[in-house]
Design a protein around this ligand. Structure first.
Ligand code: URA
Length: 243
């Protein structure tokens, strides 16, 4: 049994708040009856219609953590016919990636068909931490590490505070390894942050997404999330998930 507004949101129709509004306005029917009470619960098989659209209430949710290898696109369908992250996961469910990693970036990527969780995690409001290991050309200086921490300007906007550690430098090869944790998700953000300071990222791996690490997963491998892990992800997006 699940609350109606949560069910509508998790089926990807709209946000939970919007679903509450639609229910209150008499635009939601369960098994042919208009429901205006917010606490109403529904079960699998109940026919839910919203603004005249019948939702597919038969699907169950699947959540995966993939260690995305380099050379794979993070889309559900690539117009150039390249292999996508979806091709790596054996399921009949219509899952999609939560956010994106560049073609040449590897690491932690969540895939799910739970539209509500995907939207919450991608919302900048909840500041979900993402930790990357970047190998960059050049020896990164301490003042530059401090600039990355404070925020740098990308497209006229300052990036939010980040946690940044210089892990190692290779003086011979003139490269540095930097760990950087950000909670924003601008396109190519890590590469662009280094670029503003004149460094080229030559390798990028996402080590951690929220509470999830790559432990036990080789590139290309994936596993299902546990119920506990899914609950933790929801709890990180607290404000709309108090009921
Ligand atoms: N930042 C990037 O530059 N690339 C990614 O794939 C992820 C974060």
């Amino acid at each position: 049994m699940e609350r109606l507004q949560k069910k509508i949101a998790s089926l990807g129709y709209c946000s939970r708040r919007k679903a509450e509004e639609l229910i209150a306005n008499g635009l939601v029917e369960v098994n042919g009856e208009v429901v205006t009470k917010l606490g109403t619960t529904v079960k699998p098989g109940d026919v839910i219609s919203v603004e005249g659209n019948i939702l597919d209430n038969s699907k169950s949710y699947e959540y995966y953590l993939l260690n995305k290898p380099k050379g794979i696109v993070t889309t559900t369908n690539d117009e150039k016919g390249r292999k996508t992250v979806i091709d790596l996961i054996e399921t009949k469910a219509r899952i999609y990636p939560v956010g994106r990693l560049d073609y040449d970036t590897s690491g932690a990527l969540i895939l799910t068909n739970d539209g509500e969780l995907a939207n919450l995690l991608m919302s900048p409001k909840y500041e979900i931490d993402k930790t990357y290991i970047a190998k960059v050309e050049g020896i990164v200086t301490i003042p530059d590490i401090q600039s990355l921490r404070r925020g740098v300007i990308i497209g006229g906007i300052k990036t939010k505070k980040a946690r940044v550690k210089l892990k190692s430098i290779d003086k011979k090869k003139e490269t540095s390894i930097v760990e950087i944790t950000i909670h924003e998700g601008k396109n190519h953000q890590v590469k662009k942050m280094f670029d503003t300071l004149g460094y080229k990222v030559i390798k990028l791996r996402r080590e951690k997404y929220a509470n999830l690490t790559l432990k036990g997963l080789m590139p290309g491998e994936y596993r299902k999330l546990t119920i506990k892990e899914v609950k933790i992800l929801y709890s990180l997006c607290k404000t709309t998930n108090s009921n």
